[in-house]
Design a protein around this ligand. Structure first.
Ligand code: GDP
Length: 837
């Protein structure tokens, strides 16, 4: 009994009212719903027990039969047994009882049926009562317990002798702790409840706890249906009793979550109520509205809390549609090399490219700076095609690489033979090395008398470039862009190098390429020069390029001819973009416009997020670190818009060079195209002027600039722009303060004047003493005080200045330690404006 009691108590203590947790041997446990009151009544009648016993005997016999216990139980105190029996019955460990009862099966059955019929009505009534009570009980545990106790007593009295079998069964179950199948038991019990609920309809069912047992026994066709129906009904009842707190059966959903998800959308995908989601977010300490988004990790916590499963999806998946299949070797065909000419300014890059193309473009460049990046193809005499890129600065080369476009196969480094290796030569060497692109040295201007190619070669040694003439592996060619000497050798060298590189591509696939430059053309809209790197770009192709997308409306080659397609290493102007991409952006052809748009949208968002993240990071730590480092540096912020990417980058480069330790020009933003309202907004926020290089502000931008007081300046020559910005930046230089010595005075006597303090009677020995000037007190030529004068008196009068040789009275502001023989140095400060460089 004590054991039983213990179990029961445990069960009662257990999580939910109405449940009993049972422990069985072999460490198994079972949780059953206990409708305490109903049970005893149900159990009381023998017929029930009997049929149960039968059922159990048929089914679960093996585990239970605990012969040793049975006899003991029978012989022991009846009360105890009865109690046990009741509990057991409550617990619905029917099989045990059934097994026991099986022994008396036939006898009992007959009796049971008769009785059952008689008691059916009575039971029904009881059941109803019990159901009501049960609800009450479930709500109030204590009440129930109390009732339970009563019920037990009642039951004990009510069913005296009739059920030794039941008692035994119960005891066997309780003490034996063995159960064939906890779940089954559970079901049985529920079934029983159900049966009870149905009351008189089916005695066997009712009494036999037994629906399942019966079912198992008989295997009648109706079984499944009724079991299911009962189950459902029981669930409903239970839910009702529990106030519907427990969801019937949770549908576990796979919830797809991108990197960030709006709360309401998350709730939607989980099919949960938004309010619940917000509540659980609050529980996690996150005060978030339904329209705010949370990150994937937070979403995961929420999803788990609601019992669903997270399926992480990356927004970047939209890019998967881009054809990234590796080409098979047999599909690859040789392609022309792409060559970039680099070198120090004025060493002849443009001239050399022109010479190679037999055209002259050097003349007429505004400001003399190469502002336009082009890409051209040339045919050598032996028919080899070479693609040349003309980058205006090394920054373009690197920034293209930074954006993931490695376009260049070979770098031709131009070094003037009459000059030497210069800073930008070294820069070019470093860029080529960083990009792991082979170099060819073109020693230019060899026509000049001052040319000294060997000096160039030896100079290069210092930078770990060992040319072939010095037994190295870097090809070197002496050329003259003016006379054309050596050009063929240079092209040969390039062809040779290209051969070594074994450059190949598959022309028979959808194209990918890199933007060499892009601009907003007045007549044609956004135009990008694209170097096709793989596949073939055709008219009508739909593509995504950086954050832009489009459909190829027209292709124009480097000779200005319209073409229908462009293959690997071919540069073409692409028309039909929806916006201006940036140099270095990668172009990919995709299947549908929807895909292209989706990818572009995703990239725009990603870029925005990145900027936001960078901004946030700056705000916190970086900014403080920066503020410290920059404490004494004044910044002139500017915004640059230009007609072509090349110009924009050249300007940015030039701007970065302006300034010194104290003043710096900061390009907040630069881009290609007209000045827009957005630019004005940014400029206003930072107090920056907007520089338009060969572009103008659109009407709305002009209006908003007027309103907001943002200055817009237009330029078409870089040098003018640089000069102006320099002048503006100079304005930021703090004026230099110069100190001019103006006089000396010697203290002869010190008086004490009430109301004024100590006053020095002095003789001005040199220069003048001025009231407004700064003063230093020197004692034995050591400065012991620096400050200003409180009074300067000549006799009794306050005066502005006292000339040399005259006597005067002086008192210091906030300083009294003055003695005869101290010397007063008098000086003035002057501010001098400075300029940059
Ligand atoms: P970049 O700044 O490197 O593009 O140099 P440019 O191509 O603009 O040339 C700078 C100057 O060098 C121009 O005045 C050219 O005429 C001159 N130049 C270029 N190549 C040669 C050459 O082979 N021989 C001589 N004598 N002058 C050259």
């Amino acid at each position: 009994m004590s054991e039983n009691d213990g179990k029961k108590t445990l069960g009662i203590r257990g999580n939910r009212p109405g449940q009993v947790k049972q422990s069985f041997s072999h460490g198994r446990t079972n949780k059953v719903v206990v409708e305490t009151k109903r049970k005893p009544r149900v159990v009381v009648p023998k017929p029930g027990t009997a049929s149960a016993a039968k059922a159990a005997g048929a089914k679960g016999g093996p585990a239970k039969g605990d012969p040793s216990k049975r006899p003991a139980g029978i012989s022991d105190a009846e009360m105890e047994r009865r109690l046990k029996a009741l509990q057991a019955a409550k617990a619905r460990e029917v099989e045990e009882a059934a097994k026991r009862a099986a022994e008396e099966k036939s006898r009992e059955e007959a009796r049971a049926r008769r009785r059952a019929e008689a008691e059916a009505k009575e039971r029904e009534e009881r059941e109803r009562e019990a159901a009501l009570k049960a609800k009450a009980e479930e709500e109030e545990r204590k009440k129930r317990e109390a009732e339970e106790a009563k019920v037990r007593e009642k039951a004990a009295k009510a069913q005296p002798a009739p059920d030794p079998a039941a008692a035994q069964a119960a005891e066997a179950r309780g003490t034996g702790k063995s159960s064939s199948a906890p779940r089954k038991t559970d079901r049985n019990e529920r079934d029983q409840k159900q049966t009870r609920g149905k009351g008189s309809r089916d005695d066997n069912r009712r009494s036999g706890k037994l629906t399942v047992n019966q079912a198992l026994r008989g295997g009648e066709g109706g079984r499944h249906r009724s079991v299911a129906a009962m189950k459902r009904k029981q669930d409903r009842l239970r839910q009702k009793a529990m106030g519907g707190a427990e969801p019937r059966e949770k549908v576990v959903r796979d919830v797809q979550v991108p990197e960030a998800i709006v709360v309401s959308e998350l709730a939607n995908r989980m099919a949960e109520r938004v309010a619940d989601v917000i509540k659980s977010l609050m529980n996690m300490g996150m005060m978030i509205t339904q329209n705010q988004s949370i990150d994937q990790d937070t979403a995961e916590l929420i999803i788990e809390e609601f019992g669903h499963k997270i399926v992480r999806v990356s927004d970047a998946d939209v890019e998967d549609v881009i054809d990234s299949v590796e080409d098979k070797d047999e599909d690859l065909e040789p392609r022309p090399p792409v060559i970039t000419i680099m070198g120090h300014v004025d060493h002849g890059k443009t001239s050399l490219l022109d010479a190679i193309r037999n055209a002259k473009v050097t003349a007429g460049e505004a400001g003399g700076i190469t502002q336009h990046i082009g890409a051209y193809q040339v045919q050598t005499d032996d028919g080899t095609t070479l693609s040349f890129l003309d980058t205006p600065g090394h920054a373009a080369f690197t920034s293209m690489r930074a954006r993931g476009a490695q376009v260049t196969d070979i770098v031709v480094l131009v070094v003037a033979a009459d000059d030497a290796v210069m800073p930008q030569t070294i820069e070019a060497i470093n860029h080529a090395k960083a990009a792991e692109v082979p170099m060819i040295i073109a020693i230019n201007k060899c026509d000049l008398p001052a040319a000294n190619p060997d000096k160039v070669r030896t100079d290069l040694l210092q930078h770990e470039v060992i040319v072939e003439k010095l037994s190295g592996d870097v090809q070197d060619v002496e050329v003259s862009a003016h006379t054309g000497d050596g050009l063929d050798e240079l092209l040969e060298a390039i062809a040779l190098q290209a051969e070594v590189l074994e450059l190949k591509a598959n022309p028979n696939r959808s194209a990918s390429g890199a933007v060499i430059e892009a601009q907003l053309d007045v007549g044609r809209g956004p135009v990008a020069t694209v170097l096709v790197q793989n596949g073939t770009l055709k008219q009508g192709d739909i593509f995504v390029v950086g954050e832009q997308w489009g459909k190829v409306r027209a292709l124009v080659n480097d000779k200005g001819d319209r073409v229908n397609e462009a293959g690997p290493s071919e540069p073409v102007e692409v028309l039909g973009l929806n916006g201006t991409p940036e140099a270095g952006d990668v172009l990919n052809v995709v299947d549908t416009e929807a895909q292209a748009r989706e990818i572009a949208d995703y990239r725009i968002q990603a870029a925005k997020d990145k900027r936001a993240a960078a901004g946030a990071a700056t705000t916190l730590e970086q900014m403080m670190a920066k503020a410290k480092a920059d404490q004494n540096v004044a910044e002139l912020p500017i915004l640059v818009k230009a007609d072509v990417q090349g110009s924009a980058e050249a300007i940015v480069q030039a701007m970065e060079k302006i300034g010194n330790d104290e003043v710096r020009v900061r390009v907040l933003h630069y881009g290609v195209g007209a000045i827009t309202e957005t630019d004005i907004g940014l400029a206003e926020a930072s107090g920056a002027p907007v520089i338009g290089f060969n572009v103008r502000a659109n009407a709305s931008a002009r209006n908003s600039a007027n309103q907001k007081g943002v200055e817009i300046r237009y330029y078409s020559v870089i040098y003018d722009l640089v000069d102006d910005v320099k002048a503006a930046a100079s304005g930021l230089l703090s004026a230099e303060v110069r100190e001019n010595f103006i006089g000396y005075a010697e203290i002869r006597e010190v008086f004490k004047v009430s109301g004024v303090g100590k006053v020095a009677g002095c003789l001005v020995t040199e220069g003048v003493a001025r009231r407004s000037a700064g003063v230093r007190l020197l004692r034995d030529n050591v400065v012991i005080h620096e400050g200003t004068l409180k009074t300067l008196k000549r006799f009794k009068d306050e005066v502005k200045e006292v000339q040399s040789g005259q006597e005067c009275g002086m008192a210091f502001e906030n300083y009294e330690d003055i003695r005869p023989q101290d010397v007063i140095e008098i000086f003035e400060r002057e501010e001098v404006a400075r300029t940059l460089e």
